[in-house]
Every structure is written in C-alpha cells, then in structure tokens.
Design a protein around this ligand. Structure first.
Ligand SMILES: [Cu+2]
Length: 190
C-alpha cells in the first residue's frame, strides 16, 4: 500500500508553483543565440588561380571552429565534398556543394564557406565536366592525415584521374554562398 503524506503533497504543489513563478517572463520573441562552438580562423582557398585547374592552397590544416572560404576565379568551378575512396563523386547526400560559380574575370563577388566541426580529413573536388577538372587533378583536402602514406592528396588525384565523369549534387548544400567578406584574402600578402 502506498502511504499518502499530506506534507509530501504540499511540498510537491509548492515545488510546482515555484517552478512556474521561476520561469522567465518573455517580453519578446528573442531566442537564445545558437551556440556554434568556438570561433576560429578563416582559411582562404583560391579556386582556379591564374586559370589553372587548382585549389590554392590545396592542402589546408584547420582547427575545430575554423572556417574554410573558397574564392572563385574564372571560368566556372565548383567545390564538392567527396570521400577519399570515390574521387569526383559526392560523399553522399550530406556532401557540401557550392554550386557552380561562373566568373568572367578577377574574383567572384561570392565565396563559399564551410565550418570545421572535427579533425577528420575532408576531401573535395571541382565537378566541372567541361574539361574534366577533377580528373585533371582539381581537388583538395582539409586535415589530411600526414601519418598515412595511403590517404594522401597525391593518391586521391591519381585515383581521380581514373574516373570518368564527375558528378554534382542537385543543389547548394552544407555551406554558405555569401558575398565575399574578405576580398583580398588569398590574393594579397599581409
Ligand atoms: Cu574547376
């Protein structure tokens, strides 16, 4: 049999009441800002520098909380995340994709940004099929494992050269295509 204690009941009611009164009164629709972890450095990568089929720099070491920012130059490149094992193919439905960013001259007014959430290697390529950019070696990596002789950017590019037609995700995904906040970054030495 469960003993019912009036004192326990009163205590419970009092606790509920104090909880209710302790709740903050909202005076607006303001929400608590979303926490995205530490804010770090921004790494700029120039896409197609000097008309070459390159990401420059193509090998970047970034910390958690850092931002990777691709700056596009002529003519029409993209950035797509892939797995090491399958170059020139999106790494599943969650692969980031900048979309194609056609650029007539100079630097495009928009950059593509992703944030670094862990230290796992991130492989990516340009999915432009006109000229077979990925197969020609237009690929890069963030946080390559330098202890491994197997999972290197050189090997990725070798494997990429053996693929046929690059694939692109259906839409921009997994990052931000935004007006360039750092116009000189990657183009001018400090
Ligand atoms: Cu390209």
């Amino acid at each position: 049999m469960v003993a019912f204690s009036p004192l326990a009941f009163i205590t419970a009611v009092a606790a509920l009441a104090s909880t209710a009164f302790a709740a903050p009164t909202r005076t607006s629709n303001q929400m608590t800002p979303r926490q995205n972890g530490p804010v770090g450095a921004t790494h700029s990568i120039v896409v197609g520098r000097a008309g070459q089929l390159v990401f420059d720099p193509e090998n970047v070491v970034a910390e958690i909380g850092d931002t990777i920012e691709w700056h596009f130059t002529p003519r029409n490149h993209s950035v797509v995340q892939s797995n090491f094992a399958n170059p020139c193919v999106p790494a599943g439905p969650n692969a980031f994709f900048s979309g194609f960013v056609p650029t007539m001259s100079g630097q495009n007014g928009q950059v593509f940004q992703i944030k670094i959430y862990d230290k796992n290697p991130i492989w990516y390529y340009c999915s432009q099929t006109n000229g077979n950019h990925c197969q020609m070696g237009m690929a890069g990596v963030i946080n390559q494992n330098f202890d491994s002789n197997d999972f290197t950017l050189r090997k990725y590019k070798e494997n990429a050269g053996r693929t046929s037609v690059s694939q692109s995700p259906p839409a921009i995904y997994g990052g931000l295509l935004i007006p360039n906040p750092n116009p000189l970054s990657g183009f001018k030495k400090n």
